[in-house]
Design a protein around this ligand. Structure first.
Ligand code: BMA
Length: 863
């Protein structure tokens, strides 16, 4: 893969640097300065960037992620800001017939002046803005100035002009000094900037994506789409659709070449007239190397170089890297007498979607580096996920993100950027949304990872289920706002998808039932299940309410102590109810709910640090019940996406890995629960059953071993059976009454260990407790450790004479460490080997390594 990317980089390099006549693209990122419009001084600025980052870099704003500093950053969004640079145009670029200035992202209300000419008026951070600027340019000393209007000042009057309020449940207007005036819905700007129940209110302004100069002679591609029409093992019918602009009528040739092998797939002569043109080229690939999702095979990517030659001269070339695969969302009417199906079928095989919901990686988007994108996608891949849902309150992600998902076999459920609110939609706004949708659908449609377009997050549920309909009726505007809703999600967006990306499914909202347009019942369509958490229902409800496709469910935890100390370094703040900790807990009842579930499920944590650790186990234990129940229920249920994969700042949240990328207990649990083979013990009416769930596309013959042991390691029961696990299915392969198994031992003194092995390797295993943890008196586990250095870190071997629950390794002083395994159960007498990646010297590591288990974290463990 690395070789392929290097090669593609090389090919791109040739194309972009220009071997003479091809299109030139150069950034305009140097020499920028910014100033507060009401102020006098100008300061150096980084482009791409946002004003808060520039203020921080110039010592004018304190890091809003530290302690309660977010509060003193609230003035920034009430100000107007101006960014300015001057640039020269290199002679080769200046000599081209056409020069275009492209802003890939302006956040949000921006007037752009080039040499004093107003060339762009922007009002949507999700759109690209470009201007053919040859006539305004000079060879040297071009002045580029961008005036950013305060989004609050622009939108507040729109809000005040109405005698009703658009619901926006997560907009933290009050924290921004705006009382109850929720202005977020008026801006085409990432919803989470205005605050969320896991995010701070940091409303940014700035040149958040690259600014480029593009120059060409004769003609260029405006867009190149490559897709597969029909795919089988034998052949793939491919299509290239190109949009091109040419200066004057010309004879052109569009060819498609394999960028790696140089092989020409197709060549077509086209007669082009001056202006905009379309051209399509078809070709076949025999025995294509298919793209597979993570776990099922290689996500092979082809690199198609599409070349435009005009009058015999190469004018432009684009390399599109994409996978060849067929993907369908299968909605059979009533395949099993239980309602319509909802599953993805990849290359002819139904695939259970194992994944999570994804939010932006930072409140300040431009500082999400390539390395962070790599890390967040690797976190999904390494936890055996095959789908992420890019949720509607964030952004249409960077190309880099989708490239990485293509490479990693991570399918994407892509929301349009609307979440948990209702939005005004007058004709101007509808046109704005149309442009946004067309541009983003075009930008993303070549990605093999892209599985589905979805109109919005939870707006349908909000309207019918959360009381918005009634609120709007009371104000006499229900007809109006519902018409606005329908115009966007039932007319405009499906139309855009049908026109621009016809092969991809569209759903108006998530969640959505098919037969009951006024809600989501899980019987058809997808479901967000929040009764566990918001309605305080027990985790066991996850076993009762199983939909066709679970696109959200989740439970909060706190980040690790080492992360907490970065934003709350003072001991006086080490209490979840301290002002600082509460500033990093944005769900109004978050702490209360964590405490309620903790008290129901576990014994009391003995101190702050233990509480943080136990909150992570609680989350992992709880979500695990859902993850296993969903997988066991295949093929009825074909997807489990928990809320949420990542964080945008350090906070208590539903994430399974924190802002710094540290895996929480839930992430370690997920890696195991999302393995190809899951061994899942569960109890029902006095019977212990063990299901084996396999995503493998072939049956597996092996052995299932089920053991019962006391915490001190005495065997109570053991059975080993030869079994066959059918392809791509869930089967119950063990069933026995708990009473027989226990054979007189109390249920709170034993654990079950179940494992499935084939050809001498364990493909899946699980530890299961027969009694609730709260009723279990965990023995005091003394964990022996041996540490030896290895390349890039250490190897640690752990052993305990008795069962140790949730063994947790940590080192205090750094955040660059990564433990291969953590929060696992140690079985009596059975050693466990963990490696850690760290730069820490050996002596310091040995000194700071902490190893605890649950018995060390709760009050009242007996010696
Ligand atoms: C879901 C999401 C988010 C939210 C999460 C936790 O409804 O769509 O809006 O952050 O719940 O409350």
């Amino acid at each position: 893969m690395l070789r392929l990317s290097l090669y593609i980089g090389f090919v791109f390099g040739l194309v972009l640097c220009g071997s003479g006549e091809t299109l030139i693209r150069r950034p305009v990122h140097d020499g920028w300065r910014f100033r507060q419009v009401r102020g006098v001084n100008a300061y150096p600025a980084v482009v791409p960037g946002v004003v808060q980052l520039d203020l921080i870099a110039n010592g004018l704003l304190e890091d809003p992620f530290f302690r309660m500093n977010e509060r003193s950053a609230q003035w920034v969004d009430k100000e107007d800001w101006e960014y300015q640079t001057t640039f020269d145009v290199a002679p080769d670029l200046y000599a081209r017939e056409n020069v275009r200035l492209v802003f890939e992202g302006l956040d949000t209300y921006a007037d752009v002046y080039l040499n004093s000419q107003k060339v762009v008026v922007a009002n949507n951070m999700f759109r690209t803005w470009s201007v053919d600027c040859k006539r305004y340019l000079r060879p040297a000393g071009n002045a580029l100035r961008i005036y950013f209007h305060s989004p609050v000042k622009i939108d507040l009057p729109k809000c005040l002009a109405l005698d009703y309020a658009y619901p926006a449940s997560n907009d933290q207007a009050a924290n921004g000094g705006l009382l109850d005036r929720k202005v977020s819905v008026f801006a085409r700007k990432a919803g989470y900037h205005y605050g969320w129940d896991w995010g701070p209110r940091l409303v940014t302004s700035g040149i958040w994506r690259p600014v480029m100069l593009e120059a060409w002679n004769g003609g260029r591609f405006e867009d190149v789409q490559v897709f597969a029409r029909n795919v089988s093992a034998k052949s793939a019918e491919m299509a290239v659709m190109a949009e091109l602009s040419v200066g004057r009528a010309a004879q052109g040739v569009v060819s498609v070449v394999d960028a790696v092998s140089g092989l020409t797939y197709a060549q077509k002569a086209v007669s082009l007239s001056a202006g905009a043109n379309k051209a399509s080229v078809g070709f076949n690939i025999k025995k294509p190397r298919l793209w597979w999702s993570n776990g099922l095979g290689e996500p092979h990517l082809y690199a198609f170089k599409v070349v435009l030659a005009l009058d015999g001269q190469e004018a432009d070339a684009r390399t599109v890297r994409t996978g060849v695969r067929s993907l369908r969302l299968v909605r059979d009417k009533d395949p099993d007498g239980k309602g319509a199906s909802f599953y993805f079928e990849l290359n002819g095989h139904p695939v259970f979607m194992k994944g999570a919901n994804y939010i932006p990686n930072d409140s300040f988007l431009p500082r999400v580096t390539e390395a962070r994108y790599r890390n967040v996608v690797a976190r999904a891949r390494d936890a055996n996920m095959n789908m992420l849902r890019v949720w509607g309150g964030g952004i249409y992600e960077d190309d880099r993100f989708y490239d990485l998902c293509d490479e990693s076999g991570i399918l994407i459920w892509q929301d349009f950027m609307f979440a948990c609110s209702l939005y005004p939609a007058d004709p101007a706004m509808l046109e704005n949304i149309r442009q946004e949708a067309v541009q983003n659908v075009k930008r993303l449609r070549n990605h093999a990872c892209l599985a589905l377009w979805c109109g919005n997050n939870e707006m349908n549920d909000g309207y019918y289920g959360w009381g918005w309909k009634r609120q709007m009726e009371e104000k006499g505007v229900a007809g109006k706002v519902k018409a606005e809703y329908d115009a966007v999600f039932h007319q405009l967006l499906p139309q855009v998808v049908a026109e621009v990306d016809p092969g991809r499914p569209y759903r108006p909202s998530s969640p959505l039932s098919d037969f009951n347009p006024e809600g989501s019942d899980g019987k058809s369509g997808d479901m967000h299940f929040w009764q566990v958490w918001h309605a305080e229902k027990p985790f066991s409800m996850y076993e009762e309410v199983i939909p066709r496709f679970m696109s959200e469910y989740g439970f909060q935890s706190f980040p690790e102590f080492v992360t907490v100390k970065r934003y709350a370094p003072d001991e006086k703040d080490w209490d979840v109810q301290s002002d600082v900790m509460l500033a990093h807990q944005r769900h109004p009842r978050g702490n209360q709910l964590v405490r309620i579930y903790m008290a129901q499920n576990y014994r009391e944590a003995k101190d702050f640090r233990s509480f943080l650790y136990m909150s992570q186990l609680l989350q992992a234990d709880g979500i695990r019940i859902g993850q296993e129940a969903h997988r066991r229920a295949m093929p009825f249920c074909m997807g489990s996406l928990y809320w949420q994969h990542n964080d945008c700042w350090p906070v208590a949240s539903w994430s399974s890995s924190d802002y710094h990328g540290r895996w929480k207990a839930q992430h370690y649990f997920t890696r195991k629960l999302y393995q190809e083979v899951l061994v899942s013990p569960y109890q029902n009416e006095g019977v212990l059953r063990v299901n084996v769930v396999s995503d493998r596309l072939a049956p597996i013959a092996g052995n299932l071993t089920v053991r019962l042991m006391t915490f001190a390691g005495k065997a109570v029961f053991e059975r080993r059976t030869e079994v066959e696990v059918p392809a791509n299915s869930s089967v119950c392969l063990f069933s026995e009454s708990v009473e027989t198994l226990l054979n007189g031992s109390p249920s709170n003194s034993v654990f079950v260990s179940a494992a499935f092995d084939a050809k001498d390797s364990v493909l899946g295993d699980s530890v299961y407790l027969l009694a609730p943890l709260k009723e279990i008196e965990l023995p005091r586990a003394v964990i022996e450790r041996q540490v030896s250095p290895i390349k890039g870190g250490f190897e640690i071997t752990l052993k305990s004479g008795v069962f140790a629950r949730g063994v947790y390794l940590s080192v205090d002083s750094r955040t660059d460490d990564f433990f291969s395994h953590n929060y696992f159960d140690l079985l009596p007498g059975k050693p466990m080997m963990v490696t850690v990646r760290t730069a820490m010297p050996a002596a310091e590591f040995a000194r700071s390594l902490r190893v605890i288990s649950m018995c060390d974290a709760v009050v009242g463990t007996k010696e």
